[in-house]
Design a protein around this ligand. Sequence first.
Ligand code: BGC
Length: 255
Amino acid sequence: MDLSGRCAVVTGGNTGIGAAIVRALARAGAAVVIDYVAHPEDAADLVQEITSSGGRAVGVEADVSTVAGIDELVSTAVDRFGRLDAFVNNAGIETRHGILEIEERAFDEVIAVNLKSAVFGTQRAAQRFIEQGSGGVVVNISSVHEDWPMPGNLSYCVSKGGMRMLTRTAGVELGPRGIRVVNVAPGAVNTPINEQTMQDDALREKLRASIPLREVAEPSEIGDVVAFLLTDEARYMTATTVFVDGGIMQGSVGL
Ligand code: BGC
């Protein structure tokens, strides 16, 4: 996979799936802007890891639930690396409340971090691609729950369902301008968001048994797919979702 000479922003890039995406893009030769809100040391370690093996990366503390935060990421890409070719809307949180429990503040927070950030990340990236006179790619990291109910995780499912239609609508609007928008929908992945499940033997086994490939994904298995989607080999893919879920959606119930 060759992304040399390209520059990508990854939101929530210092941990979990985000960090694996950053590594995959850097390995393919892209310069990467690593966004984070907490644990600056993780971002610093990742930058060090990439630069010490000859790659290009910079960490930026920016809250992507605000448009100002998104703008800072785009301007850092342009100032440091001269251009922007890809924007990966990866930042996400979940609070595990159902419809009868969810409160306004928690709902607003999940929607702002997961969905509003992706809407304006897509917008600002697309504006930059157009200004540059280039094409570009936006990848949104949604979830199997863009399409699959998860009882007790209402705001998350609503946000991911929103990303599904963001990708389709923006993909259709931006296709004629040479800009692609694709969702990647992971299933269960071994990341901090699933820490509780992974530490409980019974829950972990139940989850594994519900996955046709019988394994929870490692973050790199998502990162590699994202890197591919940013290459020219994926040039005919837009306005759709790539599920990377070990078959979980076709199996039994989720956790
Ligand atoms: C959620 C996890 C869940 C997984 C599979 C992910 O999107 O973040 O909490 O285990 O989907 O259901």
